[in-house]
Design a protein around this ligand. Structure first.
Ligand code: DX5
Ligand code: ZN
Length: 218
């Protein structure tokens, strides 16, 4: 089932409640947490996730672009995240496993993320115990970049691994998804599409969401 996840990174942060309302026809709300170390940009942290939770029932898909994510899993879970995803490059395997263990304990859905540079085979040790794999189709840190076409091959490979080891796992794609690229990533095997500028950059975000579904045949 195709899911559209509007990214609030492209929203007007001065009026988040209104901005979230404008994308309420989306399936998930994608929330980008950046620490200024793992990526060269800063966004927001726990208090903002807590406030968002008070104002929407949407499924909160929280993408952690930070080092040492294990330390923050419980706090973000308590703040109201429904799914947390950690970058495989953000720690060593022991730290990644620790982060997933804490997600289990807190009852949030578990995601792992791959930067464009990372070999798709890196997901294999974790695949059977995660709910989602997020394949980045841009270098993480900024919205509005063009999708890296070579990542279509990564999506294909990850989908192949899922077919083999965990068919119910979601495959999310983040970065440069728009009306032109969305059908390509779906064809390659993605079923959750994050979109920031392609949704908030349009005068009518609800129409943008409907258009994304339409071009993907959903
Ligand atoms: C980038 C973020 C994305 C961002 C995507 O590092 O992880 O979620 O919002 O923005 P667009 O859709 O504009 O590429
Ligand atoms: Zn993101």
């Amino acid at each position: 089932m195709l899911k559209i996840a509007p990214s609030i990174l492209a929203a007007d942060f001065c009026n988040l409640e209104r901005e979230i309302q404008r994308v309420h026809t989306g399936d998930w709300l994608h929330v980008d947490v950046m620490d200024g170390v793992f990526v060269p940009n800063l966004t927001f942290g726990v208090p903002v996730v807590q406030s968002i939770r008070k104002h929407t029932d949407m499924f909160l898909d929280v993408h952690l672009m930070m080092i040492k994510p294990a330390h923050f899993i419980e706090i973000f879970a308590e703040a109201g995240a429904d799914l947390l995803s950690v970058h495989l490059e953000a720690g060593n395997p022991v730290e990644i496993r620790a982060a997933l263990d804490i997600m289990d304990r807190c009852g949030v859905k578990r995601g792992i993320v791959l930067r464009p540079i990372t070999d798709p085979r890196a997901v294999l040790p974790y695949l059977e115990r995660v709910d989602l794999v997020l394949v980045m189709t841009v270098e993480p840190g900024f919205g509005g970049q063009a999708l890296m076409e070579h990542q279509l091959e990564t999506i294909r490979q990850v989908r192949g691994f899922m077919d083999q080891y965990h068919p119910e796992c979601d495959l999310e794609v983040d970065g440069g998804v728009d009306l032109k690229t969305a059908p390509k990533v779906v064809e390659a095997g993605a079923n959750v599409l994050v979109a920031g500028s392609a949704i908030y950059g349009r005068p009518d975000p609800a129409q943008a969401i409907a258009d994304l579904r339409r071009v993907c045949g959903g």
